[in-house]
Ligand binder design. Structure first.
Ligand code: AMP
Length: 376
């Protein structure tokens, strides 16, 4: 067990690392972060920073020597780097979890191997592979790069009338997979934590709405029938156990009109759709992750209230800082800003959590706030 007073190393200094660091420091841990920028969101609240790229093995080793355990802000740290760090200090989640997850093809093979439902897929790196994939899957289909894609980046859609090879060329020969386009009724995510000893704690299921491929709102708990909730949770638990995961993990799913669930994506870390846990649950996903990777008993994930989270994208900063007064005037609103200094369209700059048992009302409030913050 790594008790408060110990030092946690974080690979990657984005907002997830920042919120984890804030939770860890509240509990008395020290934080050292590896990131290319000494001014990154996590570095602003850390005890130490190692400046370096995430694939810089020497920099990562320098971090490893200063800490009691290493964890991640992003799943895009190369598993081979983690292998080398594991010889110096524990890495949680471990290199093998990342190796399975960070390549979409390996992730899909893993899910198939477990017999878990997902959209039909096929390899699609070359034009010949894409032709075979489209023959199998039909159109429309989505082609996604195998590595390092997020928020719809590194994806192209092949519609019935589009030039498939021209679309594929936009991915610049990156290894890729094709998926059938799924006519889902909604997206949900199961966020849970698995402790060092294998114990599991599951958060209320989140219902997610995307805009321009970027998460827009989450509401929790997702209104759901008991049997569907149990099935979603079972899929999440199966994934976490099969990976031997330690820490928080998010399993994103599509819900189909007939109620079936398909796994879309696994993120072996804290997740944007789990931000509601800060305020809405007894233990936040960030404290829970710290507890898991330090080998502590897990906290209580119980919901204290319903909640809606809405992301604040850089578009809101077009004419300068948004009018935060309108958010701060609402007693149920919690404002989170990540300390990023370069707002860009589509860039996640912060979020608001609305604590309200009436989550339909909270969704409406979220839209009102975004409208009020949007430059004219
Ligand atoms: P991803 O980066 O794979 O999570 O994709 C981002 C978003 O694109 C998802 O949250 C969905 O809204 C949409 N999407 C991705 N894959 C599919 C699919 N196979 N069918 C329909 N929509 C998809």
């Amino acid at each position: 067990m790594i008790l408060p007073g110990g030092t946690i190393g974080i690979l990657g200094g984005g907002q997830l690392g920042r919120m984890m660091a804030l939770a860890a420091r509240r509990m008395g841990y020290r934080i050292v972060v590896l990131d290319p920028s000494p001014k990154c969101p996590t570095a602003q609240v850390a005890d130490g920073v190692v400046v370096g790229a995430l694939d810089d093995v020497e920099a990562a080793k320098q971090l490893a020597k200063q800490v009691d355990v290493i964890t991640l802000d992003t799943e895009h740290v190369h598993a081979d780097v983690l292998d080398q760090l594991e010889a110096i200090t524990p890495v949680r989640p471990g290199a093998n979890v990342l190796r399975t997850i960070q390549d979409r093809r390996t992730q899909k093979e893993f899910l198939d191997g477990l017999g878990l439902p997902q959209a039909r897929w096929a390899p699609a790196t070359t034009p010949a592979e894409l032709d075979a994939a489209l023959a199998k899957l039909g159109r429309p289909a989505i082609v996604k790069v195998r590595r390092a894609g997020y928020d719809g980046k590194g994806q192209v859609r092949i519609d019935p009338d589009s030039d498939a090879h021209a679309e594929l060329a936009k991915l610049k020969h990156e290894p890729a997979v094709a998926e059938e386009v799924v006519g889902f009724t909604r997206e949900i995510s199961v966020i849970l934590a698995r402790g060092l000893g294998g114990e599991i704690r599951i958060y209320p299921i989140a219902e997610n709405a995307h805009r321009r491929h970027i998460l827009h709102t989450t509401r929790a708990p997702a209104p759901m029938r008991e049997a569907a909730r149990a099935r979603a949770e079972q899929i999440g638990v199966t994934v976490a156990e099969a990976l031997g995961h330690v820490g928080v993990i998010a399993v994103e799913m599509f819900e189909l009109p007939d109620g079936r669930l398909l796994v879309n994506e696994i993120a072996p870390r804290t997740h944007n759709s789990g931000h509601f846990t800060y305020g809405a649950c007894s233990t936040t996903q960030f404290e829970q992750h710290v507890r898991a990777v330090c080998g502590l008993p897990l906290g209580d994930p119980r919901p204290l209230t319903g909640a809606v989270m809405v992301n604040l994208l850089g578009d809101l900063w077009r004419d300068g800082p948004p009018r935060w007064e309108v958010v701060l005037a609402r007693p149920e609103a919690r404002l989170h800003l990540y300390g990023k200094d370069a707002p860009a369209p589509g860039r996640k700059m912060g979020h608001i959590v609305l604590l309200d048992d009436d989550t339909r009302r909270a969704l409406a409030t979220a839209e009102q706030l975004i409208a009020a913050l949007t430059p004219p």
